[in-house]
Design a protein around this ligand. Structure first.
Ligand SMILES: [Zn+2]
Length: 356
C-alpha cells in the first residue's frame, strides 16, 4: 500500500449492535439503555406489517411505551420522507424505528436525520449493507440518490427471523459483500492515481467481510446453523467500514456504478446485491484480478452470474457497462473518465461469461 494521507475527521458509528435469536424481545431493554424515550414512529412496509410490525408494537406497549405509531411506506422516495417527517412532528415522536427491507430503513434513516432524532434499524432480510451505514438511498423525481445522513443508533437483527427469510435475499446480501473486492481495488487505484485519501482501517474491515463470506460459502449455501448470522455480521461490518471512511467508498465502486446503470435502463432490474455481484466479476476482469475465483465463490453460494438467469437482456448489460462511468463521475474507478467503448464492453461481458 502506498503512503496514507492522514487527516483528522469525525467517525460516527452505531452505539449498539444486537444480533441473535429472539432479539425482538430485547427491544425495550435496548431502547431503555439508549434513553431514547417512550414514543416512536415505526416505519415499515406492507410485506412485514402484519408479520412483524404488529409484534414489535405489542412488545413495546407491553413494556410501558406510550405511543407507537405504525406507518407503512410504498416506496423509498423523498416525497415519502416528507410525509413521514410530518407524521413524526404531528405525534411528537421521540425516536424512529425502520423495520423491514432496505426501503423502510432508508426512509427511517433520512426522516430521523431531518428531524435531528435517532433511529433503530431492524432488518428482516439480509440483502444489502445499508443496514448500519450513514447513507440513505432514496428515489428523487427521476433518479436514485445516495444521501448523507447518520448511522442508526442501534441495529437489532433477529436471527430467528433472518433464518426464515427467502434465501434469494440473503444470497443477494452475500453478493453485496463479495462486490467489495472490486470497490476496494477502485479506492486504492484512486489513491495511487488521484491522491485520494484512504483509510487502512476501513479497507481492513471491508476485506474482512469478504473473507468471512468467502470462507463460509458452503455453510451459507447449505443454510447450516448460524448462516444468517454470518451474512448479517458481514453486512454490518461493511456498513462500519463505510462509517470509518465517512463515505461509501469502501463498499461502492465501479461494480455499484454498473448496478445503478442497470437500474436506470433494465426493463426488470434484479436485486441490488445480485447486480453488484455480476458487476464485480466484470470489474475484476478489468482490474486483472482472479475474476474466475470470485465468480466461483459467488456461484457456490447460489448467486446467478449469467445475465439471462437474472432476466436481464444482454444488450442491457452492454449498455450499462458503457454508461457506468457517468453515473458518479466524481468517483474515480477502473472505468476512468471516459468509460468503456462498445467493443470492450462486449468483450468483457463475453469473456467473463456474463453474456454468451
Ligand atoms: Zn451495495
Amino acid at each position: 500500500m502506498t503512503d496514507v494521507i492522514n487527516e483528522f475527521k469525525h467517525i460516527e458509528m452505531p452505539q449498539m449492535l444486537s444480533l441473535g435469536a429472539n432479539m425482538f424481545q430485547s427491544l425495550p431493554e435496548i431502547i431503555e439503555k439508549l434513553s431514547l424515550g417512550k414514543s416512536c414512529l415505526l416505519i415499515t412496509d406492507t410485506f412485514v406489517f402484519d408479520k412483524y410490525a404488529k409484534e414489535v408494537e405489542q412488545i413495546l406497549l407491553d413494556s410501558g411505551f406510550k405511543e407507537i405509531q405504525l406507518s407503512t411506506i410504498e416506496d423509498s422516495t423523498l416525497v415519502e420522507v416528507d410525509k413521514q417527517l410530518n407524521l413524526l412532528n404531528e405525534i411528537k415522536a421521540e425516536f424512529v424505528i425502520g423495520l423491514g427491507g432496505g426501503k423502510p430503513i432508508d426512509v427511517a434513516k433520512l426522516t430521523s436525520y431531518k428531524a435531528n432524532q435517532r433511529f433503530i434499524s431492524i432488518p428482516t432480510i439480509a440483502s444489502h449493507d445499508g443496514i448500519a451505514s450513514s447513507r440513505a438511498s432514496l428515489k428523487g423525481i427521476n433518479e436514485r440518490h445516495s444521501i448523507q445522513a447518520r448511522p442508526p443508533i442501534a441495529v437489532v437483527a433477529d436471527t430467528s427471523i433472518l433464518d426464515k427469510s427467502p434465501y434469494r435475499f440473503t444470497c443477494a446480501g452475500c453478493g453485496d459483500v463479495l462486490a467489495k473486492k472490486t470497490s476496494i481495488k477502485d479506492w486504492l487505484l484512486a489513491h495511487r492515481l488521484k491522491n485520494e485519501m484512504i483509510s487502512p482501517t476501513s479497507i481492513a474491515l471491508a476485506n474482512m467481510t469478504v473473507e468471512l463470506v468467502s470462507k463460509n460459502a458452503d455453510l451459507i449455501k447449505n443454510q447450516s446453523d448460524g448462516y444468517s448470522r454470518i451474512v448479517m455480521n458481514s453486512l454490518i461490518g461493511s456498513s462500519l467500514a463505510m462509517c470509518v471512511a465517512g463515505s461509501s467508498r469502501p463498499g461502492s465502486g465501479s461494480e455499484h456504478m454498473f448496478s445503478h446503470a442497470l437500474d436506470s435502463i433494465a426493463e426488470k432490474p434484479a436485486l441490488h446485491g445480485e447486480q453488484c455481484a455480476v458487476g464485480s466479476i466484470l470489474m475484476a476482469f478489468l482490474h486483472d484480478l482472479d475474476w474466475e475465483k470470485i465468480k466461483s465463490t459467488m456461484e457456490k453460494i447460489g448467486l446467478k452470474t449469467k445475465a439471462r438467469d437474472l432476466d436481464i437482456k444482454d444488450d442491457e448489460i452492454i449498455k450499462a457497462l458503457e454508461i457506468a462511468h457517468s453515473i458518479r463521475p466524481e468517483r474515480y474507478t477502473i472505468l476512468g473518465k471516459d468509460g468503456l467503448s462498445h467493443e470492450v464492453a462486449v468483450r468483457v461481458a463475453e469473456k467473463t461469461g456474463v453474456i454468451d
